[in-house]
Design a protein around this ligand. Structure first.
Ligand SMILES: [Zn+2]
Length: 309
């Protein structure tokens, strides 16, 4: 208890000190600094801040090699967020770590990119050990991987644009122009993907984790199974054998791993069933370039075509 209190005070001092520094800096020059929680919203923000002088965009989780599911926020991250013009998040439950710390950053303006997006509700089975034996839970959660639907991603771009205009109204015109320009490209991408994937409608796919639900919904693919519902840990033997059964039952010929995670469980499944392994990228890491979301999605479409034809 006492230890916890000391920790809280220390954290408070760190944050307070951070706020003082910000105060000084802001009065000196009006530097705009956006912190993004993860890769998809980082790419959105890079596109929307094009041609705005002196703007800084920092991705909080750039060293994270995967989704934010088990992200541990550090005091350094909180300091960065505290000093930002706004903190831009994916939303839809991807930043669950914020629940525990949001009271420590009361003044931060948070832009939630998921507003107004219809979420897919899913049931996940979890096994936890609370020290008194293993517990099995069924979690009913919304799937946070909204950006893998291009339609949703376009909505996210619009939501972030609206947020940026509120926190930085001087650059309203440029934000709106950048938004239009990016959405034009994204509509082209959407049309191209629809044309490319049209012939694959109704096909079963097995992905690594539950990242592709929105993508599959957009293009009429059926997620027949996932290899690992908790991608930070190795999947259970039970989950692996469930996938193997699905592959045999549905006569599935290929499975998909993700570049961010180990393929060792997929290798086991391939050995057992003879399926071929391909890679689908959930766009949670990658190049720090404005077109990288578009490039990743095009590459995914190419992979699906060669794997499922
Ligand atoms: Zn994920």
């Amino acid at each position: 208890m006492k230890k916890h209190l000391i920790k809280s005070i220390a954290l408070f001092l760190i944050i307070f000190y951070g706020a003082l520094l910000t105060g000084c800096r802001r009065s000196g020059n009006n530097k705009i600094k956006f912190v993004t929680s993860c890769y998809p919203v980082n790419i959105i923000t890079l596109n929307l801040t094009e041609n705005i002088e002196g703007v800084e965009v920092i991705n909080m989780s750039e060293n994270q090699n995967g989704c934010l599911h088990n992200f541990q926020i550090q005091s350094e991250d909180l300091k960065n967020i505290e000093k930002s013009t706004a903190f831009i998040i994916n939303g839809a439950g991807m930043e669950n770590f914020l629940n525990k710390v949001v009271y420590e950053i009361p003044k931060v303006k948070i832009i939630d990119s998921s507003i107004g997006i219809n979420l897919i509700e899913e049931e996940t089975e979890c096994t936890h050990n609370h020290g008194d034996g293993e517990h099995h839970h069924h979690h009913h959660e919304s799937n946070p991987h909204i950006w893998l639907s291009v339609e949703n991603y376009i909505k996210q771009v619009q939501n972030v644009t609206n947020g940026l205009i509120i926190v930085d109204p001087t650059h309203e015109k440029t934000y709106k122009e950048n938004c239009e320009k990016y959405i034009f490209k994204l509509n082209e991408l959407k049309n191209q993907l629809s044309a490319d994937l049209n012939e694959l409608k109704g096909k079963d796919i097995i992905t690594f984790h539950k990242a592709f639900s929105y993508f599959a919904k957009d293009f009429g693919l059926n997620i027949a199974g996932t290899i690992n519902d908790e991608p930070e840990n190795e999947p259970s033997a039970k989950q692996i054998s469930a996938v193997i059964n699905t592959i045999k039952e549905k006569n599935i010929k290929s499975i998909f791993t993700e570049p961010q995670y180990s393929s060792s469980s997929a290798d086991i499944i391939a050995k057992e069933t003879g399926v071929k392994i391909y890679t689908l990228d959930p766009a949670v890491t990658g190049e720090n370039s404005k077109d990288s979301y578009i490039n990743i999605m095009k590459e995914n479409a190419k992979t699906l075509k060669s794997a499922l034809n």
